[in-house]
Design a protein around this ligand. Sequence first.
Ligand SMILES: *Cc1c(COP(=O)(O)O)cnc(C)c1O
Length: 405
Amino acid sequence: MNQQLPNSFRAGPDEEGRFGLFGGRFVAETLMPLILDLQEHWNAARKDPEFKAELDGLNRHYIGRPSPLYYAERLTEELGGAKIYFKRDELNHTGSHKINNCVGQILLARKMGKTRIIAETGAGQHGVATATVCARFGLPCVVYMGATDVERQAPNVFRMKLLGAEVIPVTAGHGTLKDAMNEALRDWVTNVDSTYYLIGTAAGPHPYPELVREFQSVIGKETREQMMAAEGRLPDMLVAAVGGGSNAIGLFHPFLDDKDVSIVGVEAGGKGLEGEEHCASLTAGAPGVLHGNRTYLLQNSDGQIKEGHSISAGLDYPGIGPEHSWLKDTRRVEYVPIMDQEALAAFQMLTRTEGIIPALEPAHALAEVIKRAPKMDRDQIIVMNLCGRGDKDVHTVAKHLGMEI
Ligand SMILES: *Cc1c(COP(=O)(O)O)cnc(C)c1O
């Protein structure tokens, strides 16, 4: 697909939320007033110094930002090429980047006078982060979660309940993330006045992809400053894992207009792209409409959405944030798949060489770094987003390694 190249890759989306041919707001008529109301408040909030001060305060004192930019010296030596830095977002409160977005959106919900928060969750990480900020602000929280996921992710379901959230299992479809998101959208239309829908990734109808990106861009902004302080220049390459695309766009966006910085997004290649068991919507999908926006999707020839597969629950969303679809087609960002087995090997390598147990999602990004770093010069620099810690994945890893906990 040919798209005209923009003057700036950072300027989008346009007023209808379009990134080139992607994005937009394909929603039922009943949802449109809510979307426009949200957009109005978001436009005001992003310019409001008081909102910014409140957000900065929570980022610092509640999440623990800025997260360190860490030089992985042993891993760099082991791979024998480019210098590898990690942006340590796994050290955030609740263990991943998800909280960056939740803190921003709950402040927005309060500005809008909303008294009830709903969210969707797949693996439960976004559900836990949402339940966390709802506890912090004393707001009731309802989390929609596919029934299959409720069974698979029992510890996160328990965490959400401890935090005071109500978890509603969704039995429609295959009972996974896509179905949970449909149900949350339905709730939103029914409870317009009281309710704020806190979406967990840079997808959904406009303005969600933009506002989630802005809240996550704290990752890339800090990285720029920290890299200038550490090396006096920008990195040569950025690498991040993409599920819905929020941690990746958060790192990438502040660098999109720096032509000398190459950027790589890593999708879940699962058990290989030949079969059905993967979640590489950009590499192996086709454009269509899901959850209010036009983007690359895993779908069959009738346009039915397929179930994705990945060893990491956080990467198996059959769509992708629309900005990534546009960055793919304009070729500003390169997207590649990494298989389950490669991610498992990377997970073990990082644990042993740096003493950091990563989540399986960033282990995908790391597997790509392991391929690329040795081919680069020693004076080149890669920054990888280490967007989550691995505690949640130790059972999965043990099973795949044939070990018992
Ligand atoms: C949820 C999650 C992801 C995938 O979501 P994105 O929106 O693509 O960032 C990746 N890594 C971790 C640790 C997650 O919890």
